[in-house]
Ligand binder design. Structure first.
Ligand SMILES: NC(=O)C1=CN([C@@H]2O[C@H](COP(=O)(O)OP(=O)(O)OC[C@H]3O[C@@H](n4cnc5c(N)ncnc54)[C@H](OP(=O)(O)O)[C@@H]3O)[C@@H](O)[C@H]2O)C=CC1
Ligand SMILES: CC(C)(CO)C(=O)C(=O)O
Length: 346
């Protein structure tokens, strides 16, 4: 487990978009961690002028940068003789169908046996490839209920308060879970130090992830496929009873078969998660509208593969998955990640 090497914990955050920026701001405001953020498309703008943040929790924050600055790529701690990072926080979109995979991306910054990896990302089974690549590291799970998006380059609009359920994934190579639980509490302390966020310990991170996947595996992709925000999905004729509820019921049954007993009213809770007058755009719809790749595999593919393993029929989820994969395929073609054979006569 990381014992901070400097007075403040030395933190690398990878992916400074909607969620990552607010995560970095929370930590810096609390004063117990010093953050370096690795950025991609917004690197030049943020490097030159900082972020412009409109936050329901932090107010108006102009020209903001983490104290250790921003980088355009993941630093290699061994080659660059850098002090080890106590924490590497992942807040990118997680798309294992597009290389590099997340473990490959973060590897140069991870010190085996020292760095605590904190995955503040949606999805189920996301820890499995992490433990394969980093068998000696602690990996924490952050299930975030925030609403925060990058609306222009370096412009973050955070309009739904930050609630984070933080706990430890079980590393199958560790016999004792105590260091993992201690690491979760240590991170909660530094994350919540500013008192601007609602961060809570989660003692069953798999349960928390299967609870949230009822929303993220169904409403999120349906919003993207239909190009409708979640309020319009709820208003649109028979879509809720015809597709949303049946597909959520399938995911509920998969979770039950796996041993995660969710509350009986979870489906209604998730359908009505956000106030109607919020017109919430879930993250997959945001990606669709920006022409970005979507987290199809960790949000829809994994629940479906689990369903197949435990023998739960999921005909609705299967159709949602195939349609999402087709959208993803189209985005990959637009981005030049795949090419099709030339049209005859062209
Ligand atoms: N937004 C929300 O309100 C919520 C999101 N979540 C989850 O949080 C996670 C983060 O989502 P969100 O903040 O919305 O995502 P965003 O797309 O807003 O931000 C992700 C950031 O990561 C960057 N990134 C991606 N790959 C790399 C890379 N290789 N190197 C450096 N930077 C990279 C992206 O850059 P680029 O612009 O170049 O792609 C982007 O700036 C996801 O798992 C999401 O499902 C959970 C709850 C709510
Ligand atoms: C549930 C919700 C909408 C916000 O926490 C989300 O997880 C997402 O946008 O992906």
């Amino acid at each position: 487990m990381a014992s901070p090497t400097t007075e403040k914990a030395n933190i690398l955050l990878i992916g400074g978009g909607g969620v990552g920026t607010i995560v970095a701001l929370n930590i810096e405001t609390g004063g117990l961690g010093a953050v370096t953020s690795v950025l991609r498309s917004n690197f030049n703008v943020v490097n030159q002028q900082g972020y412009t943040i409109h936050s329901v929790d932090h107010g108006e924050v102009p020209s903001w940068k983490p104290t250790k600055g921003v980088l355009g790529s993941v630093p290699d701690v061994t080659k660059e003789s850098l002090p080890p990072f106590d924490y590497v926080i992942t807040t990118t979109k997680n798309c294992p169908d597009v290389p590099p995979t997340l473990p490959e991306l973060i590897a140069p910054a991870v010190t085996p046996g020292h760095t605590v990896i904190v995955m503040i990302q949606n999805g189920v089974n996301i820890e499995r490839p992490m433990f394969e690549k980093f068998p000696k590291n602690i990996v924490l799970s952050g299930v975030s209920m925030i609403g925060s998006h990058e609306r222009g380059t370096g412009v973050i609009v955070h309009d739904d308060p930050d609630i984070l359920y933080l706990g430890a994934f079980r590393n199958p190579n560790f016999t004792d879970s105590k260091p993992e639980v201690a690491a979760a509490h240590a991170f909660i302390k530094l994350y919540g130090a500013a008192g601007k966020t609602n961060v809570q310990f989660s003692d069953d991170v798999q349960w928390a992830r299967w609870r949230k996947i009822i929303f993220n595996g169904v409403l999120n992709p349906i919003c993207a496929i239909t190009n409708l925000d979640s309020s319009r999905v709820r208003l649109a004729d028979s879509l809720v009873e015809g597709l949303v509820r049946p597909a959520m019921t399938e995911v509920f049954e998969v979770a039950s078969k796996l041993g995660y007993q969710l509350p009986e009213d979870i489906i209604d809770t998730m359908i009505n998660l956000d106030p109607m007058d919020m017109y919430l755009e879930p993250s997959m719809l945001c990606d669709f509208r920006k022409g970005n790749l979507m987290e199809v595999e960790i949000l829809v593919g994994e629940p479906l593969r689990e369903a197949e393993k435990v023998g739960v029929p999921t005909p609705n989820l299967k159709v949602i998955y195939e349609l999402c994969k087709a959208i993803q395929w189209r985005t990959k073609e637009t981005k030049g990640l795949i090419t099709v054979p030339p049209k005859r006569g062209a």
